[in-house]
Write a protein that binds this ligand. Structure first.
Ligand SMILES: [Zn+2]
Ligand SMILES: [Zn+2]
Length: 362
């Protein structure tokens, strides 16, 4: 049998090399890999990517452009084809034998392509009459992001706990007063070193139903994806630490104030920050009067930070613990940046989507 030649490197022959369960022809100079059609289909099927019967020749786009590279098996010219819509990944495939030439930096994207295809269709959904009606009536944003693979048990439990606690006291004025007296955080007490537990307990209390609904909606919207990439216990730990961190910053900013503070807002503001660092390819819909537009998390939360917090604090400043929001956001940003590499290492699809190869339609 004659030597197979690298399509890219002049007169460099390919070496048979084990890759996953297959024997693949690899170039020792450029590290490119030549897969026969059945080999690449088996490799994609072996990876845990939601696809067990991959057929790459069906996925490659029909519009193919010519290249100068030649098939190592047939010696005819390969053709370039896009593997996914809205994704910058082109492969050189042989029109005759359906073999595929894959660069060393592309193989991971190819292996995850079934999940990427699913993710891209979720990310690139357009705003619709349905989403417009929802946001007009309910006033909350619609999210466009990958669907989590883990059932978000911790997020749901946090929502249930917050709701149950609220349910337990909000009907009675005296109950509310008693609960807040013992479990809301008061900077004047905390400054004396008293009632330190209120830093935690206050994050599970809400002042009124709209406060609760708003926080729980965002917790469900944002929390499921964060729980998915962090893992349940890590997510829960970070949520609680961020809630406490927001409470500490608010206590310092309102030193010796007698005004009580409650709410999950600080912890949830921290989730916002992590979300915008890790899921820059996601979108949240924003309503400009009656015009609904998908915004990147950076823009969405920048507007939230400036209009809902900084401006609101300057203009009004009463009734909302803005320092808990800002403090929570700052703590979340520290976690977001500190854990970014780890999150991307452990979640390859999130990492691939966060690279520049994705075209997000907003
Ligand atoms: Zn080569
Ligand atoms: Zn061929």
């Amino acid at each position: 049998m004659s030597q197979k030649l690298c399509p890219q490197c002049p007169s460099e022959s390919l070496t048979v090399t084990p890759y996953r369960q297959e024997a693949v022809d690899v170039c020792r100079r450029c590290a490119g890999m030549w897969f026969e059609e059945s080999e690449i289909n088996r490799v994609i099927s072996e990876v845990d990517n939601g696809e067990d019967n991959a057929d790459i020749s069906n996925s490659l786009s029909q519009q193919r452009s010519k290249t100068l590279l030649r098939c190592p098996d047939c010696n005819i010219k390969l053709k370039r084809a896009k593997l996914l819509d809205n994704f910058d990944l082109e492969l050189d495939a042989c029109p005759s034998c359906d073999g595929v030439w894959i660069g060393n930096d592309e193989i991971e994207k190819v292996e995850h392509s079934p999940r990427l295809r699913q993710a891209l269709s979720e990310i690139n959904q357009k705003v619709s009459v349905k989403s417009w009606l929802f946001q007009t009536l309910v006033r909350f944003p619609v999210e466009y992001n990958i669907k989590p693979h883990r059932v978000p048990i911790v997020t749901w439990s946090l929502v249930v706990l917050n709701t149950l606690f609220f349910w337990a006291y909000f009907g009675s004025y005296s109950d509310t007063e008693w609960v807040f007296a013992h479990f809301a955080s008061r900077p004047a007490d905390l400054a004396q070193g008293n009632e330190w537990w209120t830093l935690l307990s206050a994050t599970f209390l809400h002042g009124d139903i709209l406060h609760l609904l708003g926080n729980m909606y965002f917790l469900l919207l944002i929390g499921d994806n964060l729980e998915d990439v962090l893992g349940r216990w890590r997510y829960l730990g970070i949520y609680l630490v961020c809630g406490i961190g927001a409470g500490i910053i608010s206590t310092v900013a309102n030193w010796n104030s007698e005004i009580m503070s409650v709410g999950a807002s600080g912890a949830i503001a921290a989730l916002f920050a992590m979300y915008l660092v890790w899921f820059r390819f996601a979108s949240l819909s924003f309503m400009f009067i009656i015009y609904q537009k998908k915004l990147s998390p950076v823009w969405y939360f920048a507007i939230w930070l400036v209009i809902d917090n900084l401006l609101a604090m300057l203009l009004d400043g009463q009734g909302v613990d803005y320092w808990a929001h800002l403090g929570g956001f700052a703590v979340g940003l520290a976690f977001g940046l500190g854990l970014k590499e780890w999150v991307y290492q452990t979640n390859p699809v999130v990492r691939i989507l966060a690279q520049n190869s994705v075209k997000v339609n907003r």
